[in-house]
Design a binder for this molecule. Structure first.
Ligand code: DSN
Length: 415
């Protein structure tokens, strides 16, 4: 019997249930993944006990000789993975990576120009409900009716706004970014180009999505989405002056003690990303997402931008009699987890939406390939075509449970 089972049965039981849910359902939230068992082992270690405010060899506490080495390994691996000069591996999350980027490089009331949340951007790219839209003056660009960024229009708008930081990156955009053009737009306005590659970092690491370097001055990412590591964030740059400012902005500016167990787990995850097999995984993630888009279109569902170049597909339900929320709820009752999402031109609220965001990373980690994704895409369409038919949803849920049992990823819940 594990310590957890003995000491806290309530939490133990809930963890078991969550493990069963993750095994029985089809996890298609584009920002989720199944991390490696070795990453989970690193998370559950004595490193969680250690305070290590500061940076390797410059700590405010004694006893840091081993965690110093751990953090240095994580830094070196991150630099190698993204082919850059400096890495800060301490941010606790993606939002906590983005916030010090702004505070390091601009002042309150300075201007940031980012992608609008409704067009695929992220809260921390200046949304008014986020601190980033309250501390700074935020302006937004979006996508055209074809679902793509129009760089000429973006340039015209940037010339008017004259942002201090131009933010590129997204939570729901399925095309490649033109980092070179973005840098030209930033340079014209003497702006810093900040790339938030949280969604595509795993593809970037594999060379399966354009690298933001050398174009971006600074780059952030989470480590748990396509990268498949532990939950957390990192910040990267090639500029020594920016790196020094970022380090101060992360600690002591935004955070106290780094989570050393998570930093160790980040290092373990990066080691997986550096293996040759990682490229095979990243290629499969893209191939699987492509199949989803193709089947949806064949079955009469609109896809924003008409397809995908990365790990996600954004289905537009603007022309359908049901919302993103309805779709999300119906799919959940059929054993498929995706999420409602705003789409360009959406007139519904963010709690309802007219879109559905569907991603391939997690199921690809479970070993599913094109054949399985085609089957799943058709099941998704069966549910949506019969959105009110609860009996059908229950029947599909059972089929999915049986199908899923052939692709179990973890033999246990606790590592
Ligand atoms: N919550 C993440 C996502 O789902 O894309 C972004 O932070």
């Amino acid at each position: 019997m594990s310590y957890l089972e003995k000491e806290d049965k309530a939490i133990f039981d809930l963890i078991q249930k969550e493990w069963e849910r993750q095994s029985d359902y089809l996890e298609m939230i584009a920002s989720e993944n199944f991390t490696f068992p070795a990453v989970m082992e690193a998370l559950g270690t004595v490193l969680t006990n250690k305070y290590a405010e500061g940076y390797p060899k410059k700590r405010y506490y004694g006893g840091c000789e081993f965690v110093d080495e751990v953090e240095q390994i994580a830094i070196e691996r991150a630099k190698k993975l993204f082919r850059c000069e400096f890495a800060n591996v301490q941010p606790h999350s993606g939002s906590q990576a983005n916030s010090p980027v702004y505070s390091a490089l601009i002042k309150p009331y300075d201007k940031i120009l980012g992608m609008h949340l409704n067009h695929g951007g992220h809260l921390t790219h200046g949304a008014k409900v986020s601190q980033t839209g309250q501390i700074y003056q935020s302006f937004f660009y979006g996508v055209e009716i074809d679902g793509r960024i129009n760089y000429d229009k973006l340039e015209e708008y940037a010339d008017v706004v004259k942002p201090n930081i131009l933010v590129c990156g997204f939570s729901a955009y399925s095309r490649e970014l033109d980092f070179k053009r973005l840098r030209e737009i930033a340079d014209k306005n003497k702006a810093i180009l900040f790339g938030d590659i949280a969604h595509v970092a795993g593809l970037v690491a594999a060379g399966e999505y354009p690298n933001p370097f050398p174009y971006c001055h600074v780059v952030s990412t989470t480590t748990h989405k396509t990268l498949r590591g532990p939950r957390g964030g990192i910040i990267l740059t090639n500029d020594e002056e920016i790196a020094a400012k970022i380090n101060k902005a992360v600690f002591p500016g935004a955070q106290g003690g780094p989570l050393m167990n998570v930093i160790a787990a980040k290092a373990v995850g990066f080691a997986e990303n550096l293996k040759p097999e990682w490229k095979t995984y990243a290629k499969q993630v893209k191939a699987n997402a492509k199949i989803l888009g193709q089947v949806f279109i064949k079955r009469g569902y609109d896809i924003v931008s008409g397809g995908t170049d990365n790990h996600l597909v954004l289905m537009s339900l603007i022309n359908k009699p049901f919302s993103g929320k309805d779709a999300d709820t119906a799919l959940e009752s059929a054993g498929i987890t995706a999420n409602k999402n705003m789409v360009p031109g959406d007139t519904r609220s963010p709690f309802v939406t007219s879109g559905l965001r569907i991603g391939s990373p997690a199921l690809t980690s479970r070993g599913m390939k094109e054949k399985e994704f085609e089957w799943i895409a058709n099941k998704i369409c069966d549910v949506l075509d019969n959105i009110e038919d609860k009996n059908l949803h229950a029947k599909i849920k059972q089929e999915i449970k049986e199908f899923s049992s052939n692709f179990r990823i973890y033999e246990k819940a606790i590592f």
